[in-house]
Write a protein that binds this ligand. Structure first.
Ligand code: BTN
Length: 293
């Protein structure tokens, strides 16, 4: 059974009220008007939001589909989108400097994870854009942007979350998790959609109004991979953090790492100088496996 508009509209005020007690309470979405479009099947909800924007749709326009036939994942991958999952995209007008565009993904994944945690689900973040539950992938974020004069004028944030759809071995769906733990905190797909929308809007709002440092401290607190070992081009290192532009901070444990050519993988962000043994890894250049959260 697909997502039902009336049930979503009924879930919205309940979710707002529940989350008013969470760390998101200072950042309840204000003026966003969620102009909601629901479809049985689409190629991609991100694609449809862009089409609506091209026809004059305003920020807050939201598209949800029961399934996608060409779901888009990060870094040009496909997002398998059978019925039973949540596939949701929203139009935003963030007016962010282009160098900070990845903050849309960081703030959305943080906002959604925080909203789900308010329902006592121990969701963590895997850098840069994964929602993780019990060490397995629960969902992911894909932000797409339109840039004018070095500014992100328009963005589409798309989220896929496993609700009751089948998942690969490295994945998990929320319904099975709740059943296994005899929980029913999120009782419907509509409730999950309301929580997700609230999470995106609050996360982006926090980043735009309070600044990236505030966002990063929340993001790092939920980053499951912090302190874990990782290999960069075969060289061991430890994950120590994430920069304001979304690069992964890795402290190399290789004594003469400075002679190793890691160009192409690592880049230096103008906003933060790496220490001598630290390299910064751009999103999309390495993949943290599901054994290294
Ligand atoms: C990832 O690769 O982890 C991000 C996946 C994002 C998938 C969502 S599903 C809704 C929206 N529409 C798309 O085509 N992709 C995003």
């Amino acid at each position: 059974m697909g997502l039902n508009r009336e049930r979503l509209e009924a879930a919205w005020p309940i979710v707002q009220s529940n989350l008013s007690q969470s760390p998101l309470k200072r950042k309840l979405p204000r003026a966003i008007n969620f102009d909601l479009h629901i479809f049985d099947r689409l190629e991609s909800t991100n694609k449809t939001v862009w089409q609506l924007i091209n026809h004059g749709a305003v920020p807050g326009t939201t598209v949800i589909a029961d399934r996608q036939t060409s779901g888009r994942g990060q870094w040009g991958r496909q997002w398998n989108s059978p019925p039973g999952g949540l596939y949701l995209s929203i139009a935003l007008a963030p007016n962010l400097p282009v160098a900070n565009s990845f903050q849309l993904t960081l703030s959305s994944v943080w906002g959604i994870a925080t909203a789900l945690r308010a329902y006592h689900l121990p969701v963590l973040i895997k850098w840069p854009n994964d929602l993780v539950l019990q060490g397995r992938k629960l969902g992911g974020i894909l932000s797409e942007t339109k840039i004018k004069a070095e500014t992100v004028t328009t963005a589409v944030v798309g989220v896929g979350i496993n609700w009751e759809n089948s998942v690969p071995e490295t994945g998990i769906n929320l319904r099975s998790y709740q059943r296994e733990h005899q929980l029913d905190r999120i009782s419907s797909l509509e409730m999950l959609a309301a929580i997700t929308l609230h999470g995106i809007a609050s996360g982006v709002e926090l980043m735009l109004s309070e600044g990236v440092e505030e966002l990063l401290s929340g993001y790092l607190a939920l980053l499951g991979s912090l302190g874990q070992k990782v290999k960069i081009s075969g060289h061991p290192g430890i994950i120590t953090g994430v920069t304001p532009t979304g690069d992964l901070r890795v402290e190399l444990q290789f004594p003469n790492h400075s002679r190793v050519n890691l160009t192409g993988l690592a880049g230096r962000s103008p906003q933060s100088k790496p220490s001598r043994s630290e390299i910064l890894v751009k999103p999309g250049t390495i993949r943290l496996g599901y054994d290294t959260l």
